[in-house]
Design a protein around this ligand. Structure first.
Ligand code: C2O
Ligand code: CU
Length: 543
């Protein structure tokens, strides 16, 4: 097992896209940022140096960081931001992860431009559970805002209005040739006829789930969120939520030509959505005249929930001898939690959200308020008045969460910094229940510090008598982020064997900004090696 060192220099750099030059915060001047490439079980030290103009934190999305919450990154959850002019060396401890994950800023909305791939190859002496690919490509789907992202979210939170959508989605930083001034810069993936490539696809977009495809080429999905799955062959699209990754084999077996790669939003919560498709080109090497028009993939339409669910239901763990699974069977703690986009009252009744109120969001009707010092520090040093441990209450059982009309009180959540506290090694089941408040939509829920097994899902309200009978306990997918269906539910399980303070939130950035989040604290076990590691000498100071 190896130790690797990376330097991340955060600084403003100029980029020109959509006919306009602006300065964005980058890592090492690149967008998307640098790739971390290591083997399973390695340790990585990243020296993060902030040469920008405001405080930032960095998170290793999908890394479990066993007993090591100190370097996980979410702002005011596990640390205070790294201030301009200072650095913080983060120790990233890999354990069971194998495949593709990513890293991103986890403060304000800086992750829009501060993110990159985190590739974990099989440990030395082991191999992929599929034939070695001839080559490898990384695809990072992002979003480009013409305006300043920090301003966009600040204004939206102040006015209470819906957050402005971005101006383009991007593939490896490029909007693609369906956008103005983007013809020449379209991203090209060069391939040789007859060869098979491993595409590592990351959805780093801020707010939209995506349908993705390559014209006339089958996608064979072999991994997701740094865990192997039973190969899903011959699918012509995937659905990938912000936060998710998919490892996909593509064989260049069509006649040598140019083929469009396209990614288009899946947005089931809105009547219409007009941010357009981003494109790239799969280009065969050789001498030939490319067809005109270039073949384009056919993708589901923006609100096709059925297509999204159909794809998600195909995900199953590989569950082989070399890659066994470990689903908890005897649950000691079960948690039922509702997910809603709501409103909060506007003091002067002239906010720009629905009915003059402000938009907000909640889990079990608590809209999470991020404290001004980090919860990890408050927990570790037992500082009072930072958070409370009373989450979640059972939602009232007379309540029909997915009915057309939902009781009014659900529209107005309570503000609070409430966390879930688990004993070490509890076998946990969480059922996330989508609600019809504000008509509902698919929410990509993400948990730090763990991967979890998706054991069941369905439409309407969860029924704890009948639904568990249909759980998949033999090969449920092991993920760190999963879309909870609109007006439906999803059940997941994990073993609480990682003591620490772990953020849980919707990975649609506007929803987490509105309060669709909570924290899971896992207590120490009874021995030193089942307890949180000692803190580093210097954490970034809280002001
Ligand atoms: Cu991708 Cu809380 O993070
Ligand atoms: Cu959401």
């Amino acid at each position: 097992k190896k130790v690797h060192y990376y330097d991340f220099i955060l600084r403003e750099t100029n980029f020109t896209k959509l006919c306009r030059t602006k300065s964005i915060l980058t890592v090492n001047d690149s967008f998307p940022g640098p790739v971390i490439r290591v083997h399973k079980g390695d340790t990585v030290f990243v020296n993060v140096h902030n040469n920008g103009t405001y405080g930032v934190t960095i998170h290793w999305h999908g890394v479990k960081q066993p007993r090591n919450p100190w370097f996980d990154g979410p702002e005011n959850i596990t640390q205070c931001p790294i201030q301009p002019g200072s650095s913080f060396t983060q120790k990233v401890i890999l354990s069971t992860e194998e495949g593709t994950i990513w890293w991103h800023a986890h403060s304000d909305w800086t992750r829009a431009t501060v993110h990159g791939a985190f590739i974990i190859l099989p440990a030395n002496g082991t191999s992929y559970p599929f034939p070695d690919p001839d080559g490898e490509k990384t695809i990072v789907i992002g979003e480009w805002f013409k305006g300043d992202v920090m301003e966009i979210i600040k204004e939206a939170l102040e006015s209470g209005a819906e957050v402005n959508t971005s101006d383009a989605f991007t593939i490896n930083g490029q909007p693609g040739d369906l956008h103005h001034c983007s013809n020449e810069t379209i991203y090209r993936f060069f391939v040789d006829y007859g060869k098979t490539y491993l595409f590592r696809i990351i959805n780093a977009a801020m707010n939209e789930e995506q349908f993705f495809g390559i014209a006339q080429h089958n996608l064979t999905v072999v991994g997701s969120d740094a865990a192997y799955i039973k190969p899903i062959s011959t699918t012509d699209y995937i659905m990938i939520t912000p936060g998710q990754t998919m490892d996909v084999l593509v064989t260049a077996n069509q006649s040598p030509d140019f083929y469009y790669i396209a990614s288009t939003p899946f947005v089931d919560g809105q009547a219409e959505f007009n941010n357009s498709t981003t494109t790239a080109i799969l280009q065969y090497n050789g001498n030939y005249n490319p067809s005109s028009p270039i073949p384009f993939p056919s993708l589901p339409s923006y609100n096709d929930s059925t297509a999204a669910e159909n794809f998600r239901k195909l995900l199953r763990s590989l569950a082989s001898e070399a890659h066994p699974i470990n689903v908890p069977l005897n649950i000691t703690r079960s948690i039922y939690m509702t997910i809603s986009v709501n409103q909060i009252y506007c003091e002067n009744a002239s906010c720009a959200g629905p009915d003059g109120n402000k938009l907000s969001a909640s889990l079990t009707n608590i809209s999470f308020q991020t404290p001004s010092i980090d919860i990890l520090q408050a927990y570790y040093k037992t500082l009072p008045h930072v958070f409370t441990k009373d989450f979640p209450d059972e939602p009232p059982d007379y309540f029909n969460f997915t009915a057309d009309h939902v009781p009014d009180y659900t529209n107005f959540p309570t503000l609070g910094t409430k966390v879930i506290v688990l004993d070490y090694n509890e076998s946990v089941e969480i059922v996330w229940q989508g609600t019809n408040v504000n008509s509902g939509e698919n929410h990509p829920m993400h948990l730090h510090g763990f991967s979890f097994y998706v054991v069941g899902t369905g439409s309407g309200n969860f029924d704890n008598k009948t639904d568990p009978k249909n759980y998949n306990l033999s090969d449920p997918p092991e993920v760190n982020t999963i879309g909870v269906p609109k007006n439906g539910w999803l059940a997941m399980r994990f073993l609480a064997d990682n003591p620490g303070v772990w953020y849980m939130h919707c990975h649609l950035e506007r929803h987490s900004s509105w309060g669709m989040s909570t924290v899971v604290i896992v207590k120490n076990g009874s021995t030193e090696d089942t307890s949180i590691l000692p803190p580093p000498k210097h954490m970034p100071p809280c002001s």
